[in-house]
Ligand binder design. Structure first.
Ligand code: ADP
Ligand code: MG
Length: 340
C-alpha cells in the first residue's frame, strides 16, 4: 500500500488538511452544527470528540461534500468543498459507522468491485484487494461471504474499501463504536499505520480514551459548537492538576455538598445528580482534608472520594457542564443512522 500512497503525496501538500470556518447546518429549527471552526494539520490524527447528537457526523458530511452547509466555508487541502467538490472527493475517503458492502459476496469480491468501480483493471483490482485484505488482517476471511463477518471484520473491510483510492485525508466516523476491546485495539493500530504512511485522519469519537490514545489534537464539540480545542494534554491541564470526585450518600444533600465543595476549592464543580457525583478541579490535593472536615460539619456523608489526574471524561464534564452518557449510545446511533 505504501508505494501507492506515496505517489499521491507531493511535497507540495498544504499545511492544513482541513480548514473549516463557521460551519452551520440547520435541520428545521435545530442548529445541529452551529458555527464550527476546525484546523486539521496535514499528517496528523485529529479527533472530534463529543457525545451522541453533538453534530459530529453532520460536520463530517459537510466536509466530505455529502451535505451542503447553510453557513460558513471549508477547504480540504486548500480546495473549497462547495466550489471544488470534484477535487475534494478525490482527496478524501469516508467511512461510515456501517459497511456499505454487499452481504452475499465475499470480502475479496467486495473489494474487487470497489476497485473496478474506481477504474482499476482486473489485475490491478485483484492485487489491490489482496494487499488490503492482508493489511487489515482479513486474508483468512477473504473467501467468506460478509453475512458471516463479525462487526469488527465488517468495520475493517469498510475501511479497507475506502482506502482503495488511497485518499490523503480519511474521515472516520466513530470507527470503533460498538467494537469489543480487542477489535478496537486492532482498529487503533490500523489508524496509526495509515498516518505513518502519510495519510491525515479526522476521526470522530464519543470515547474520551480513544481521543487520548490516538489524536494529536482534539476539538471537543457539544450541541453543534466547539467548546475546546488543543492537544489532549492541553485539555487535561486546562482543568487543574488534579481532579476531585465525590459520591454523596444521600441525593438530597447534593446541592449543599456542591456549595461546600465550591467554597473550599474555590472552583466550579460539576454534578451528575442521578449518580450523586460531584467533580471539581483541585490544584492543591491537601485541600481534600479541609473539604472532608467541612462536609462532616455540614452533616453530609460520602460513599466515595477520589483524587486523580484528570481524565478526558472530566475535561468534558468541566467544559460542557455535563458528562458523557456511554450507556445508550449504540441504540440511539442505530436509530439515527436509519433516519438519515
Ligand atoms: N438528516 C437529518 N435530519 C434531521 N436532523 C438531523 C439529521 N442528521 C442529524 N440530525 C440531527 O442533528 C443533530 C446532530 O446529529 P449528528 O451530526 O448525527 O450528531 P453526532 O454524529 O455527533 O451524533 C442531532 O440532533 C440529530 O438528530
Ligand atoms: Mg454520528
Amino acid at each position: 500500500m505504501e508505494h501507492l500512497l506515496n505517489k499521491k503525496r507531493g511535497s507540495t501538500q498544504p499545511e492544513l488538511a482541513v480548514e473549516a470556518k463557521g460551519l452551520v447546518k440547520t435541520f428545521g429549527n435545530n442548529r445541529a452544527v452551529d458555527g464550527v471552526d476546525l484546523k486539521v494539520p496535514t499528517g496528523s490524527i485529529y479527533g472530534v470528540l463529543g457525545p451522541n447528537g453533538a453534530g459530529k457526523t453532520t460536520t463530517i458530511r459537510m466536509l466530505a461534500t455529502l451535505l451542503r452547509a447553510d453557513g460558513g466555508s471549508a477547504k480540504i487541502f486548500g480546495h473549497d468543498v462547495v466550489k471544488e467538490p470534484q477535487i475534494v472527493r478525490q482527496l478524501i475517503g469516508v467511512t461510515g459507522q456501517y459497511a456499505s458492502v454487499d452481504e452475499s459476496l465475499t470480502a475479496m469480491e467486495n473489494l474487487m468491485i470497489f476497485s473496478r468501480l474506481l477504474g482499476l483493471s482486473r489485475k490491478e483490482a485483484r492485487r489491490k484487494a489482496v494487499e488490503l485484505l492482508e493489511e487489515f488482517g482479513l486474508t483468512e476471511a477473504a473467501k467468506r461471504p460478509l453475512k458471516n463477518f463479525s462487526g469488527g471484520m465488517r468495520r475493517r473491510l469498510d475501511l479497507a474499501a475506502s482506502l482503495i483510492s488511497q485518499p490523503p485525508l480519511i474521515f472516520l466516523d466513530e470507527p470503533t463504536t460498538g467494537l469489543d476491546p480487542r477489535t478496537r485495539n486492532q482498529m487503533w493500530d490500523t489508524i496509526r499505520r495509515l498516518v505513518k504512511m502519510g495519510s491525515t485522519v479526522l476521526l470522530t469519537t464519543q470515547y474520551l480514551q480513544e481521543a487520548d490514545e490516538l489524536a494529536d489534537r482534539v476539538a471537543v464539540i457539544d450541541r453543534g459548537k466547539v467548546v475546546a480545542e488543543g492537544t489532549v494534554d492541553e485539555l487535561k491541564s486546562s482543568i487543574g492538576s488534579s481532579s476531585l470526585q465525590l459520591t454523596i450518600q444521600d441525593a438530597k444533600d447534593i446541592d449543599e455538598a456542591r456549595r461546600v465543595v465550591e467554597q473550599v476549592l474555590q472552583a466550579q464543580s460539576n454534578v451528575r445528580p442521578e449518580a450523586g457525583v460531584i467533580t471539581a478541579p483541585m490544584n492543591d490535593a491537601d485541600r481534600a482534608t479541609d473539604l472532608l472536615i467541612k462536609l462532616r460539619e455540614a452533616g453530609i456523608h460520602l460513599t466515595e472520594l477520589s483524587v486523580q489526574k484528570p481524565t478526558l471524561d472530566e475535561v468534558f464534564l468541566t467544559i460542557t457542564g455535563h458528562g458523557v452518557d456511554h450507556s445508550s449510545n449504540d441504540i440511539q446511533e442505530d436509530a439515527e443512522e436509519m433516519s438519515v
